[in-house]
Design a binder for this molecule. Structure first.
Ligand code: PSU
Ligand code: MN
Length: 307
């Protein structure tokens, strides 16, 4: 529950929802600042919030503004963040330092999970999570999102992970650190733009109630960590793997040739894929985030909140 000394600022809407014990869905901000171009980033953030509203929950977009953890952004704050240049991308390693120095930044999946948990929010919707990068055996590039899922009790709804990553290694890592990976409504682990990855997901569930029950059972057992719900992109919005894969290969070659490393890797690849697909990747990306917002709202409704 809420850590009393954490510098949390609740938007009026989220504060009201907390007081009334209504379901709340956390949303991240790195997807806004580093995952999509302006103005589609802000438009999408608004559409995702609307989708959560329409499905009976209250959205809480999370970001760090002037040294405070904002749980829910006002319209003005969202606009400013979406257009700002050079915004920091904050994960577990740099969250506290940014807050201590009064800074501003966008939260990744890992940092959003930390902030959601501080605010007592159990369910979080995003697009794709970070994972084990291809070539990790030499680069050691493994997203901090993975160990976060092993220690912070938030259920994260994503469309799987992008094929820019090494998906088999990502699943192995999650298994090693005890993270339940639940495919929703199918047996296979989805690969973001594509419904299928060729890899079987460790777990499958077909209803929001089952996912919520598993979340609550982990708490009853005293197990730390959350769950990854891998929700396949809607069929009509899917980009088949053979269409997107050549672009992924090209973006990866360019990243390697340019010596891109550490936290710049994922934003570089996302931006190049947007350019190489002439924006088609973004259309699919928007649809899958909306789809994840719907499922997250349904899960949140099944997890009782203290009023
Ligand atoms: N993958 C996507 N879209 C995204 C991200 C990842 O398909 O926007 C963002 C998320 O915020 C995620 C972060 O938490 O990138 C992971 O970055 P890294 O790989 O540097 O850990
Ligand atoms: Mn990394």
């Amino acid at each position: 529950m809420t850590k009393l000394n954490a510098p949390l600022t609740f938007s009026p809407e989220v504060a009201e929802a907390r007081a009334a014990g209504r379901p709340i869905v956390a949303l991240e901000s790195t997807i806004i600042t580093h995952g999509m171009p302006f103005p589609q980033n802000v438009q999408t953030a608004r559409r995702v919030e609307d989708e959560v509203h329409r499905h009976g929950a209250v959205p809480a977009t999370i970001a760090i503004l002037s040294g405070r953890i904002h749980i829910g952004l006002t319209s003005t704050e969202l606009d400013a963040l979406g257009q700002a240049r050079g915004v920091a991308k904050l994960s577990r390693a740099d969250l506290a330092a940014c807050l201590a120095m009064g800074g501003t930044g966008a939260t990744t999946v890992a940092a959003t999970m930390i902030c959601a948990d501080l605010a007592g929010i159990a369910v979080f919707a995003t697009g794709g999570i970070g994972g084990v990068h291809r070539g990790a055996e030499t680069s050691f590039d493994i997203s901090a999102d993975l160990p976060e899922l092993a220690q912070t009790p938030v259920t994260v709804v994503a469309a799987g992970a992008k094929a820019i990553l090494d998906l088999p290694k990502t699943l192995e890592y999650l298994e090693t650190c005890g993270v339940p990976v639940i495919a929703f409504g199918q047996d296979e682990f989805p690969a973001f733009w594509s419904r299928n990855s060729g890899l079987k997901a460790p777990l499958r569930m077909d209803s929001a109630a089952q996912i919520a029950a598993a979340h609550l059972m982990r708490a009853s057992l005293g197990l730390p960590g959350g769950q990854l719900v891998a929700n396949p992109i809607p069929l009509a919005a899917e980009i088949p793997a053979d269409k997107i894969n050549p672009h992924i290969e090209q973006a990866l070659r360019e990243a390697s040739a340019a010596g891109i490393c550490a936290k710049s890797v994922t934003p570089f690849l996302l931006n190049r894929l947007y350019e190489l697909t002439k924006g088609a990747s973004l259309v699919a990306n928007i649809e899958l985030v909306l789809n994840n917002a719907r499922l997250a709202s349904a899960i949140a409704a099944e997890i009782p909140r203290p009023a």
